[in-house]
Design a protein around this ligand. Structure first.
Ligand code: PLP
Length: 420
């Protein structure tokens, strides 16, 4: 056991996960790089699972946080009115939500993504007076009991220790060729022998991220919206991982021109990896009574400062357009340099989230590629069924040259591991 990691292995719970793939002690991070205790610098193609879209220690955002700390600005305030919260709300509404023709109120939840999912499904059930929710197979929505009942991955579900109820999992459109998923859902509602209760809501990602980088088509998203409208069911979009410009638009559902009834957001909504989770909800759904969904850490002031700064910064720096541009560099690279390596390889993605699918290969191949990348100073992760998909998700601020260098490391690791 190395001295530097001895204390973690001795004292930290076995539940830890990412540190097993990247067993170094990290000390600094700037934009798209992370540095370990030995001074080794890594290119970050993982991006805190989407929590640092605007880069580690983004200079503009960090300065706003530092300035606020220097004034002895209030840090903890439960859900009381504060100046940082007012600025966060006003900027999100006036610069992001309203210019898109959207109208949402904002609910602040406990600090992490799963808290927003819990709040949204609780509110959907309260509005519709129904228990059931539809979710798609392959989805990931979090690890607390309500969210976990949506999450489809069996390994995570088994950890619950209790039955996970009141969710019907619907086959995702990519799973069975020829299956009309919308007709299938309609039959569940109309057939008095389907055995399935009408749901309060459909909860979905527009691109299943942990599910293996599976974008749903614009047409499918529009059809789900129409299905929900027709049947008086709420549509909740989980933009926790693929919101905040990741797919090239601030909201991932913009490409389909749909308007969800609620949107759950976390990760990069906190600006620079600060904890924050919110539900955007249509005003008529806001039937909460005061304190009916409470919590001590609903809205961290430093997250408000960083989040507000991130909205200004992303608009000023045209991050959406830049993400689309860089996304096509990644797509081109994978198409030209990686797919020709083997017929079994597949790729999928949007904006700056891409997956290379090794499902046709032996079971541990993606893990070996990730290990090889790490040896060559690049951090990336796996997603999808059996962890077979190599996920490429750099901070959106990454410079072109570093992006290219990172992609070359990935390509070299794939060649080495698959023996080409
Ligand atoms: C789409 C999606 N929803 C919900 C969550 C849960 O967020 P958290 O881990 O912050 O609870 C995640 C986390 O990866 C996610 O990707």
């Amino acid at each position: 056991m190395k001295d530097s990691v001895k204390s973690f292995e001795r004292y930290e719970s076995e539940v830890r996960s990412y540190s097993r793939h990247f067993p170094k002690v990290f000390v600094n991070a700037k934009d798209a790089t992370i540095t370990d205790e030995d001074g080794k610098e890594y290119i970050d193609f993982f991006c805190g699972a989407g929590a640092v879209n605007y880069g580690h220690n983004n200079t503009y955002i960090k300065q706003k946080v530092v300035d606020y700390l220097a004034t002895d600005g209030i840090i903890h305030a439960l859900d009381m009115f504060t100046a940082p919260k007012r600025e966060f709300i006003e900027t999100l509404e006036q610069k992001i939500i309203e210019p898109r023709g959207l109208h949402y109120k904002i609910q602040f939840c406990g600090p992490t993504g799963t808290n927003a999912v819990e709040a949204a499904i609780k509110l959907a059930r309260k509005n519709k007076g129904r228990d059931n929710i539809f979710a798609f197979m392959g989805c990931f929505h979090g690890m607390t009991l309500g969210a976990l009942s949506l999450t489809s991955e069996m390994y995570a579900r088994r950890g619950a220790g209790v039955s996970l109820n009141d969710v019907t999992h619907i086959p995702a459109p990519y799973m069975f060729e020829g299956l009309d998923v919308i007709a299938y859902m309609q039959t569940l509602l109309d057939d008095d022998h389907s055995g399935v209760e009408k749901p309060a809501a459909v909860v979905m990602e527009t691109l299943q991220a942990e599910g293996g980088i599976r974008p749903f088509s614009n047409e499918f998203l529009q059809e789900v919206r129409a299905f929900c409208d027709k049947n008086d069911i709420l549509l909740i979009i989980d933009d926790i991982q693929v919101g905040c410009c990741r797919t090239g638009d601030f909201f991932s559902f913009e490409r389909a021109g749909i308007v969800p009834d609620m949107v759950v957001m976390s990760k990069s909504i906190g600006g620079m990896g600060m904890p924050l989770a919110i539900v955007l909800l249509k005003e008529d759904l806001d039937i909460w009574k005061p304190a009916e969904h409470n919590g001590t850490f609903r809205g961290n002031q430093l997250s408000f400062i960083a989040g507000k700064a991130s909205f200004d910064w992303l608009l000023e720096n045209h991050v959406e357009a830049e993400t689309k541009r860089k996304g096509s560099l990644v797509e081109d690279f994978i198409t030209k340099e990686i797919l020709p390596l083997d017929d079994r390889l597949e790729m999928r993605g949007l904006g700056l989230i891409w997956g290379i699918d090794f499902s046709g290969f032996e079971a541990d191949i993606t893990e070996r590629i990730i290990e090889t990348c790490f040896e060559n100073k690049l951090i990336c992760e796996a997603a999808g069924r059996n962890g077979a998909v190599l996920k490429i998700m750099p901070p959106l601020v990454i410079e072109d040259a570093l992006l290219q260098k990172g992609l070359e490391i990935v390509a070299a690791a794939i060649k080495e591991v698959i023996g080409k």
